[in-house]
Design a protein around this ligand. Sequence first.
Ligand SMILES: Nc1ncnc2c1ncn2[C@@H]1O[C@H](COP(=O)(O)OP(=O)(O)OP(=O)(O)O)[C@@H](O)[C@H]1O
Ligand SMILES: [Mg+2]
Length: 466
Amino acid sequence: MLQPYVVTVSSEKGGVGKTTLATNLAIYLKALNEEMPVTLFSFDNHFSVDRMFRIGRREPHGDVLTLLSGQSIEDVIETGEYGVQFIPSSRRLTTIRHQIESPEILARILANSKLKGIVIIDTRPDLDIFTRNALYAADRVIVPVKDAPSLENCRNLYDFFDEHGLSRRPLRILPCLIDSRIRYDGPFRDSYRLLKGYAINRGYRCLEGFIAKSPKVESLNTNPEGKIYPVITHGRGTDVHIQFTHLARQVYLDAKQDAQRRLDRVSEEEKNLLAERDAAYGARRDTLQPSCLLCGRRLVQEDSIATAGYYCETSDGGVAGYLEEECFSTTVFRHFYRSKREVGASDPLRDLFRESAQRSYFVLRRAPNTRNFYQQQLSFYRFDEDGLEVSHKTIELMEPENPSSTGEEACLYRLAAHTLLNQDGLLGDDFLLIRRVCSDFPEEILYSEQHDRLRSVAVRIAAQLP
Ligand SMILES: Nc1ncnc2c1ncn2[C@@H]1O[C@H](COP(=O)(O)OP(=O)(O)OP(=O)(O)O)[C@@H](O)[C@H]1O
Ligand SMILES: [Mg+2]
């Protein structure tokens, strides 16, 4: 089954008739083909969509905000007047503006939904992240322009398509609010022809026709009932009725002829991305050291990773593995925090360390100013969640054959040997980054998003190390 055909109505200029166009287009499309599902929503907070389509006074189950925050589209959609489905608007949409970074989110939501037919999106007069999401998902972008300045503003829409490597094909200018009483001498006899001439001159493609300015249409959202009436029922005698009919037919035919939908492409790209991420995860998992790099006990089995408390990875990504929870904290207390008394397994200090370690990154590396590699000195750093240094401590790294070396020192030597010593048995420039993991699910850190974060912290840390 085909994905829905997405029509976005957008212009950075306010009051050019976007909302009037989006809401009426939904109804005219439905009038053309009753069987075809038409779904409408708006990123504006004027509630025109809700006022025009809501039947009765039911409480919405969700809205465009909860949709973008993860609620399923089937949960938030309402069946409205004239057979049009709509998603309620939200007054608080802008509160999540900073959580939405990518323009692909809406397209992915729509591509993964069961929506069919035509989806119409009304946008705010602003190229904000919500409008960008609506543009990214669109098979057709209708850009209403009412004068030369609003046409100038279109450039940013075209730039958005260029910046994202998207074809400009979906973009179409539509002259709106055209006052037919205004006439000019010369080749452009009226403002419709003048705007069309300007648009073509700039290489912009136009839809056929225009939408006239009509006092009747303007009056449809001011009435004692507080409703917004559609042109199809309350403005049949106007030119705008004929113009909307013509516009709906163009959109309908374009949708019918368009075999490759934007959301098909989005869905394909998402599948490829997931496959790539799966492969990257698999590759990371396959190269893990099977045993705790401190004590040597096997942690990585075929299908599980047992009792791992910390994940570690060299800065060049060459060696990666896990450490047992206790091995690591024992090593830290004995060698780096040099606790005078024995810190036993059930000592509250351990709990404190475990807890605070969740917000830390640890680093092992050759000591600063030990360019002379024969001084085998190892430094242990602690960084905060943002990768800023909190503390560091330097110790001698004893070889296990050394008579004064203890069992734990042998463990620490094993860790350094596995990860930091080069072929000549010397400490090189790489460092070992250590991060606490959830012991129920240590693999999570190998997932792309978590792992990308780890790598970006590693870069920040590398810039601070002497
Ligand atoms: N064809 C028309 N003839 C006359 N008035 C119209 C027409 N279309 C829209 N209007 C009126 O123009 C005003 C702006 O229309 P509308 O709200 O649709 O624009 P908009 O681009 O969505 O505005 P905003 O950018 O603020 O969201 C409204 O008062 C509306 O009733
Ligand atoms: Mg509007």
